[in-house]
Design a protein around this ligand. Structure first.
Ligand SMILES: Cc1ncc(COP(=O)(O)O)c(C=O)c1O
Length: 356
């Protein structure tokens, strides 16, 4: 296949003259900032909040670049990876004309973003083993297909997709293959970021919301060729990542060891939780997980879900999701939280066996 970025991009985006913000226009060192109509006196919120943040998050990208061994120009930083997903639609998909492929059951925002952007969705469900149906995906591609979404490890199933399948799709499709690696830090599989030189059509999504523990800050990344990143930067709102989010994330890099420690703890807890769940009579199956959650098939998902809620424990009910009938998605918590969950589930097992 031949991949031609300029041919894929929407015509209006190719022609777009992006907004030029005050802070991105000047070069050099300044001491007096009278360029952005900010409040020069200060901010009741604290030091520095009266000023607009860095529109291109240079310092943060420098740290991400060093930690992922990828050039800063290949990193887009957004208001969560959800912003990156939406931008990919806006850069590549003509509303009312183009199509994308998604592989349910998978992360719900691909569908929602497609619908918001009026882009047709072709669904190619995962196989019964939750693997990509590669021949069906390749057969579903039309000349209007712009994006193929692959979530690996996948939400809500938890498994990583087979690398050969991803490689085959990335190698044969001349549009954009989006590989969402939101849960990659919990996986033994290597990231696809190292393959970007070979596959210029791949966009890898990652996030600070999961292993990095910063869901509340809203910082996500798209890692791709400099050309794709440049297009996303041209379309994004000028100050898409707040100053507080940038500064706090920069500070978090100093505590990197803590993230590795927590990630290891999540993996240990995942194994313990999986063992405890497997011992429950009403648990039919626990799917193998490469993420910080387990997909668990139970005899009566609705009843278990309600029982947990009554005990003030909320899990995600996936009973009505394609291929996930009878399933609950349970995030791995702290040891205390997991023990409490298991205690309540044992209580459920007891009431069921007593026929109460
Ligand atoms: C697969 C996947 N991608 C992306 C996201 C969104 O991440 P963010 O918080 O960076 O928007 C989620 C959130 O649950 C997810 O499960």
């Amino acid at each position: 296949m031949t991949f031609e970025l300029s041919r894929l991009v929407r015509e209006n985006i190719r022609r777009l003259k992006p907004y030029s913000s005050a802070r991105s226009e000047f070069r050099g060192t300044a001491e007096v900032f009278l360029d952005a109509n900010e409040n020069a006196f200060g901010s009741p919120a604290g030091d520095g909040y009266n000023r607009y943040p860095d529109p291109l998050q240079v310092e943060l990208k420098g740290l991400i670049s060093a930690s992922k061994c990828v050039a800063a120009e290949k990193i887009f930083v957004g208001n969560g990876s959800d912003e990156a997903i939406d931008l990919l639609f806006r850069v590549f998909c003509n509303p009312g004309r183009d199509e994308v492929i998604i592989c349910p059951p998978t992360y719900g925002m691909y569908r929602v973003s497609a619908e918001i952007n009026d882009v047709a969705i072709t669904e190619v469900p995962l196989t019964l083993e939750f693997e990509l149906d590669t021949p069906a995906i390749l057969a579903a591609i039309s000349e209007r297909t712009k994006l193929v979404f692959i979530c690996s490890p996948n939400n809500p199933t938890g498994n990583s997709m087979r690398r050969e399948s991803i490689v085959e799709i990335a190698g044969k499709f001349d549009g954009i293959v989006v590989i969402d690696e939101a849960y990659i830090d919990f996986s033994a599989e290597p990231s696809f970021v190292s393959e970007l030189e070979t596959y210029p059509n791949v966009v890898v999504l990652q996030t600070f919301s999961k292993a990095w523990g910063m869901a509340g800050l809203r910082i996500g990344m798209a890692i791709a060729s400099a050309g794709i990143v440049d297009l996303m930067n041209r379309v994004k709102p000028p100050y898409n990542v707040s100053g507080i989010a940038q500064r706090t994330a920069i500070k978090a890099f100093a505590d990197r060891a803590k993230i590795d420690e927590w990630t290891a703890a999540v993996l240990d807890e995942r194994a313990i939780l999986s063992g405890d769940l497997a011992a429950l009579a009403f648990v039919e199956r626990i799917y193998a997980s490469d993420a910080n959650f387990l997909l668990v098939k139970v005899v009566d998902a609705e009843t278990v879900y309600r029982f947990l809620l009554e005990s003030h424990i909320v899990v995600r009910n996936r009973n009505n999701v394609e291929l996930c009938g009878g399933c609950l998605r349970i995030t791995v918590g702290t040891p205390d939280e997991n023990e409490r969950l298991i205690r309540v589930l044992r209580q459920f097992e007891k009431t069921e066996s007593e026929g109460v």
